[in-house]
Design a protein around this ligand. Structure first.
Ligand SMILES: [Zn+2]
Length: 511
């Protein structure tokens, strides 16, 4: 695009996949996975990365700090309640960043004031102002969120926003915390602030919309049309409950409908979107629905003959975006059977994945084995291989051997050998089917009995020899854990995914 872009028309993309997204049930990421994702977000040129909630746990603190130390480009932001201890911890975590931001929040709606905080309007106002001022002693860039803003009385919200800006908040974020608004209504919440808050032009207005009614992206765009200049969003719309506004949908809507959004623009490199989406689903184990806008497997697939015919004659007959705009066509053949260790490592590095020598050895060994079974190895295959390499260095069970006997007149029976450190454990068991037999045998060895909540199978890449990717959600008592694994054999993929869930549980329990 050659149209002139001015800073005042820029929509700041604030990615909160690592904070709000990571909070969604079953989506937790370990330290390295967080780093990997942060690298991808920086490559995609988001403006702000909300890296975590430092006071929540030492792990959260360390991840935010490590991201602040290593990631260049985006501002690195941490979340804090309006509590001194939170702000101190957050300030310390984000301090190493080139650009750092502290995001403080406090609920302002009547229902939250009365039942959660048990405080009057005036006390809430005082607490927020004091916290913003305190946060400013750590960092110049402060964002303030009146939590549940969309259900806050308009006069109090305006009063709060004015006071927050006066206290030194450069960004005011208006969240639709419970995903209750509809677009016309949410747009007028923003418009009203521009009418009622005298110092509003001293701050950037941001929005953070949840998707409980499926309106998060629509609400965000309505806000943008009424003056908001920052949108908080997540890859694949990950987030608490029904999730957040999906980054890819917000960015592509602004770009594709520039006729409606005028000069508004984002700095996001859209060609990185598809890779980011795949990374998030593979790291969290949370699958993207096939018909999901922009990044779903069917988003650019034309099945109907009449559509295909139209697309072949002129793509614009049925295509409003091009697959290459989100990097879909860049999913290329990268490596084959004859690629050496060096090329393998180099490609992983380019994808932002750094392995230790031992992990590299395991991944490379599996790569060679895979290349024997399958002609073309794609980026997505590599991510899977790298994941296996990383898991091999954790205090975890590794699948060493799996044999399943099954057939119409055979009782499905599995023999499994697992390695954990120096231990080699073997067992066998039968089940209702080959997958059931394999999982039961794993449970006999690990002693961890889970309940399969979700099982889905998808092809990782294209072609008949594609790896099958199994995504599982397993409940171990009150812990719900998701994981994915891939193999050209789907029983093996299921066994590996189940083992990955068991390993994640052990890591979570610190065993
Ligand atoms: Zn949220």
């Amino acid at each position: 695009m050659t149209t002139r872009r001015s800073a005042k028309d820029k929509i700041i993309i604030f990615d909160t996949t690592l904070r709000d997204g990571e909070q969604s049930p079953g989506a937790s990421l370990n330290h390295r996975e967080k780093m990997e994702l942060a690298h991808q977000l920086a490559k995609m040129k988001v403006d702000v990365i909300e890296a975590g909630f430092p006071i929540a746990s030492p792990d959260d603190f360390n991840a935010v700090k490590a991201i602040a130390e290593t990631i260049k480009g985006p501002a690195i932001c941490g979340l804090a309640r309006c509590i001194d201890k939170d702000i101190e911890r957050c300030g310390e975590a984000v301090a190493p960043a080139g650009k750092s931001r502290i995001h403080v929040f406090l609920a302002t709606s009547a229902i939250h004031r009365q039942f959660k905080l048990k405080k009057a309007r005036s006390e809430i106002l005082k607490q927020a102002v004091a916290s913003i001022k305190y946060a400013r002693t750590f960092c110049d860039d402060i964002e303030f969120s009146p939590e549940d803003a969309s259900r806050t009385e308009p006069d109090f919200l305006a009063e709060m926003v004015e006071a927050a800006i006066d206290a030194g908040a450069g960004t005011i974020n208006i969240p639709d915390t419970v995903g209750y608004s509809i677009p016309s209504e949410f747009g007028s919440v923003i418009a009203r602030l521009y009418d009622d808050v005298p110092n509003i032009n001293d701050a950037i207005i941001s929005v953070h919309c949840h998707n409980d009614l499926g309106l998060s992206v629509s609400n965000s765009l309505a806000a943008v049309q009424n003056g908001a200049r920052q949108v908080e969003c997540t890859i694949n719309g990950l987030g608490e409950r029904a999730g957040n506004a999906a980054l890819e949908e917000v960015v592509m809507a602004l770009r594709t409908r520039s006729d409606q959004f005028g000069k508004l623009w984002t700095g996001v490199k859209t060609e990185k979107i598809y890779q980011a989406s795949r990374m998030v689903s593979s790291l969290t184990g949370m699958q993207v629905q096939r018909n999901k806008a922009i990044v779903g497997a069917n988003a650019f697939a034309h099945e109907a003959g009449i559509h295909q015919d139209g697309v072949l004659k002129n793509r614009e007959t049925y295509e409003i975006m091009r697959p290459e705009d989100i990097g879909l066509e860049a999913v290329e053949l990268v490596l084959g059977k004859h690629s050496g260790r060096h090329a393998f490592r180099h490609r992983l590095k380019k994808m932002g994945i750094d392995l230790t020598a031992e992990e590299l050895e395991v991944s490379y060994k599996n790569f060679i084995a895979l290349a024997d079974k399958k002609k073309n190895i794609y980026d997505d295959d590599l991510v899977m291989l790298a994941r296996e390499g990383m898991e091999s260095s954790m205090p975890a069970y590794v699948l060493d051997y799996l044999h399943v006997a099954t057939g119409t007149s055979t009782v499905p029976t599995a023999t499994v050998r697992l390695i954990k450190g120096d231990e080699v454990i073997q067992d066998a068991s039968c089940g209702d089917g080959p997958v059931d037999a394999a999982l039961k045998t794993i449970e006999r060895i690990t002693g961890l009995n889970g309940k399969l909540l979700d099982f889905s199978l998808q092809a990782v890449t294209i072609g008949k020899d594609a790896m099958g990717e199994v995504s599982l959600r397993v409940g171990f008592g009150s812990d719900v854990i998701s994981a994915k694994a891939a193999s050209t054999d789907i029983v093996e993929a299921a066994a590996k995914a189940y083992l990955a869930c068991s390993n994640r549980l052990l890591i979570k329990q610190g065993k």
